[in-house]
Write a protein that binds this ligand. Structure first.
Ligand SMILES: [Zn+2]
Length: 605
C-alpha cells in the first residue's frame, strides 16, 4: 500500500459538477458567480461529511480562477487554479473553530483579513465548526463580519445551525446541505470502484452507502476499509460481514416464520442473531425497517422509497406479495414499540421475543398455523369466561355509553325462534352465514367453533371490538325474518332507510356521523357493502350490526337484505390485538383518550 491515498481525498470533487447530491446548492453558487453577485459571508449548514468544506473550497477556487470555462467552472490550469489544486494557494484560509476558538485565534485571523490577495481577486476564509467559537471570539469576529474588506469572503460552516447567533445568521447567505441520498452515494462509489479497477457487487455498494448515512466522506472511508479487507473484489457477503450488518436474508427468513406462525423458528433465528454478536435492539429496529420496506413494495407508487440494491429489491417485491397490508401495519407497530421500550426494559431479550411472538400471532387466521395462541382463542370462545370478562372491560372503556355494554350477557343463547332482541341478533347472524359472504375468505378457525358456541351470546361476541362479527356469528342456530317479505327496493329507498336509521341513533353522535359518512354500496342482489377507513370504525359499526340489520330489513320489508363492512379495498383480517393496539384503536376513535393517557402519564408496563 505505498502511496496509498484515501479515497475520500483522492476523489474529493474538484469542481461543482462533481459534487454529489447537492445540486441545488452548487447551481446557486454557480449562478451567483455567473451574475457576479457574491455575498461577503456565507453560512454552510448541514451534517458532517456532506460536502460543506468541499463546496467552500471549490467556490474559493472558482471565484479566483482567471479563466472560467463556459460552465462557470474553474479551469484548473491558470496560476491560481494550479496553486489551489496543489494546496499552496494563499487565497484560501481555513480555520477549524473546534480547535482554534479563542479570541487570539480570531484576532490573528482579523489581522490577516486586511492583507489583499497577490494573485486572484478574493481571499476566502473558511471557518469550520463556527458554532464552537467562544462568545468572546464571536464578538471579536462580529465587527469584521459586518464590514469586511472588499476582497474578503467568509464561508462559515457548521453542523449545528441552531447554535449560531442571530447576529451572525442575519449577516450571512445561508445554504442548507442535505444528507446525500443512498443512490447518489452508491453511484459515486461505483464510479470510484471503476477508477480503481475494483469489482464490486451492486448490493455491496448499496450496503456501504446505507451505512454511511448520508455522508459521502464516510462512505468512501468505509469503501477503503472494505477494499483493504477483501481486495479487488467486493461481494455482498464480505461487506455485510465486515461492516457487521445483518444480512437481509435474516429478516426475510424471520418474516417467513411470522407468516406461517412458526414462532419457534422466529425465536431460533433471533437467537442466531444474538450469537453472531448483534444487539437485540439493532435487530428489532432493523426488523421494523424491514416491514416498512415490505410495505413500500405493496404500492407501485412507493417502491421508490425503498433504499436497497437491485437484487435485494427484487426479493422485497416478491416477499411483499405474501404479506397483507394490515399485517405489515401491525408488525411495524409492534417492532417499533419494542424498539422504543428497549432502553427501559429489564429483560431486553424477553421484550424482543415477546414482540416476535406477537407478530407471529398477527396472522393467526392464516390457515396453516401451529400457533398455540390460536388454539387458545378458539378455546376461549367456547368456554366464554375468560374472554368475556376481559372484553367487557374493554368494551366499557371503549364506549361507555354504548348500549351493548349495558346488557348482561352471558345467559343468552342459541334460540331458534324469534324474539327478545337477543334472539334477533342471532337471526342476523345466521343470515350472514346463509349468504356466506365473507366466510370463505376467512380462515377456518372461526367457523369451526360456531356450532359449539352454545354458551355464548352474540352480544358478547359483538362486544369484543376485535372480533369479526359476521364470522363469529356464522353457524349460529337459524332464526329468520320470516315475518318479513321480499319487497323490492332501489338505492334511493335504501339510502333513505339508512339515513333514517342513522337519525334514530343521533344521540350517539359518533355512531351517527359514522353512519352518515359511510353509505352502503350495492355489491350484488341484496348484498351491500360499506367501506370504512379503519378496523376501529369497522368494529364499531359491526358491534351494532344486529340492530342495523333489523332496522333496515324491517324498513325495507325485505328479509334478504345483507350488509357487510370492509376496510378500504383490502381484505379484512381478524387479529388478536394486544392491549397496546386496542388502546391505539381507542385513541384513533377518540383522541380524548390519548390526551387523557398522556396527561395521566399512563402506559403499559
Ligand atoms: Zn483557473
Amino acid at each position: 500500500m505505498d502511496n496509498y491515498i484515501v479515497s475520500a481525498r483522492k476523489y474529493r470533487p474538484d469542481n461543482f459538477e462533481s459534487v454529489v447530491g447537492q445540486d441545488s446548492i452548487t447551481q446557486t453558487l454557480k449562478n451567483s458567480i455567473k451574475s457576479n453577485q457574491l455575498a461577503q459571508a456565507y453560512l454552510f449548514c448541514g451534517p458532517r461529511g456532506v460536502g460543506k468544506t468541499t463546496c467552500a473550497r471549490i467556490f474559493a477556487k472558482t471565484i479566483n480562477c482567471s479563466n472560467l470555462n463556459d460552465e462557470f467552472e474553474a479551469c484548473n490550469e491558470c496560476e491560481s487554479c494550479v496553486s489551489f489544486n496543489s494546496m499552496r494557494s494563499l487565497n484560501i484560509h481555513e480555520l477549524d473553530a473546534a480547535s482554534n476558538n479563542s479570541v487570539d485565534d480570531i484576532r490573528n485571523l482579523i489581522d490577516q483579513v486586511r492583507i489583499p490577495p497577490q494573485i486572484g481577486s478574493y481571499s476566502v476564509y473558511i471557518i469550520d465548526e463556527v458554532h464552537m467559537l467562544s462568545s468572546a471570539a464571536f464578538n471579536a469576529f462580529l465587527k469584521t463580519l459586518e464590514e469586511p474588506p472588499k476582497h474578503v469572503i467568509f464561508i462559515l460552516a457548521t453542523t449545528e445551525k441552531h447554535k449560531i447567533l442571530p447576529t451572525i445568521l442575519s449577516r450571512c447567505q445561508i445554504f442548507d446541505f442535505n444528507r446525500i441520498g443512498v443512490e447518489d452515494i452508491r453511484d459515486r462509489l461505483e464510479f470510484v470502484a471503476n477508477k480503481e479497477n475494483i469489482e464490486a457487487e451492486h448490493d455491496a455498494l448499496h450496503i456501504i452507502a446505507q451505512k454511511a448515512d448520508g455522508a459521502m466522506r464516510d462512505a468512501l472511508s468505509i469503501f477503503d476499509q472494505i477494499v483493504s479487507f477483501s481486495g479487488k473484489h467486493i461481494t455482498y457477503e464480505s461487506t455485510i460481514k465486515n461492516l457487521n450488518v445483518l444480512d437481509y436474508d435474516v429478516y426475510f427468513n424471520v418474516t417467513d416464520a411470522f407468516l406461517t406462525g412458526n414462532y419457534p423458528q422466529a425465536l431460533l433465528l433471533f437467537d442466531d442473531v444474538l450469537k453472531k454478536g448483534f444487539e437485540a435492539n439493532y435487530f428489532i429496529s432493523g426488523l421494523a425497517s424491514h416491514f416498512r420496506d415490505l410495505l413500500m413494495c405493496k404500492e407501485p407508487g412507493t417502491t421508490d422509497l425503498l433504499e436497497v440494491g437491485n437484487k435485494i429489491k427484487q426479493n422485497y417485491l416478491e416477499h411483499s406479495q405474501k404479506c397483507s397490508v394490515s399485517f405489515l401495519f401491525k408488525a411495524i407497530e409492534i417492532a417499533n414499540q419494542a424498539d422504543l421500550s428497549y432502553k427501559t426494559s429489564h429483560n431486553k431479550r424477553l421484550l424482543i421475543e415477546l414482540a416476535l411472538l406477537n407478530i407471529c400471532n398477527l396472522e393467526d387466521n392464516a390457515i396453516t398455523k401451529n400457533s398455540e395462541v390460536q388454539v387458545e382463542v378458539k378455546k376461549q370462545k367456547k368456554e366464554v369466561k375468560p374472554v368475556e370478562q376481559k372484553q367487557e372491560v374493554q368494551a366499557k372503556e371503549e364506549n361507555p355509553s354504548e348500549q351493548i355494554t349495558e346488557k348482561p350477557v352471558k345467559e343468552e343463547i342459541i334460540v331458534e325462534e324469534e324474539v327478545p332482541q337477543k334472539v334477533e341478533a342471532k337471526e342476523d347472524k345466521k343470515e350472514i352465514k346463509e349468504e356466506d359472504i365473507e366466510v370463505k375468505e376467512k380462515p377456518s378457525s372461526y367457523k369451526t367453533n360456531s356450532t359449539g358456541i352454545s354458551g355464548i351470546s352474540i352480544k358478547e361476541l359483538a362486544k369484543s371490538s376485535d372480533k369479526n362479527i359476521e364470522l363469529d356469528e356464522s353457524g349460529e342456530p337459524k332464526v329468520s325474518y320470516k315475518h318479513l317479505g321480499q319487497d323490492e327496493y332501489n338505492d334511493e329507498k335504501l339510502n333513505y332507510v339508512w339515513t333514517k336509521y342513522a337519525e334514530s341513533l343521533r344521540a350517539n353522535t359518533r355512531l351517527y356521523s359514522f353512519l352518515m359518512a359511510h353509505k352502503p354500496e350495492k355489491k350484488e342482489e341484496n348484498l351491500f357493502v360499506v367501506t370504512v377507513e379503519s378496523q376501529a370504525i369497522k368494529n364499531k359499526l359491526e358491534s351494532d350490526m344486529n340492530e342495523t340489520l333489523k332496522f333496515i330489513k324491517t324498513e325495507l320489508n325485505n328479509r334478504d337484505f345483507m350488509l357487510k363492512y370492509i376496510i378500504g379495498e383490502t381484505e379484512v383480517k381478524k387479529e388478536f390485538k394486544s392491549d397496546q393496539e386496542k388502546l391505539e384503536d381507542m385513541i384513533k376513535e377518540n383522541p380524548e383518550v390519548g390526551k387523557l393517557k398522556d396527561q395521566l402519564n399512563l402506559d403499559f408496563e
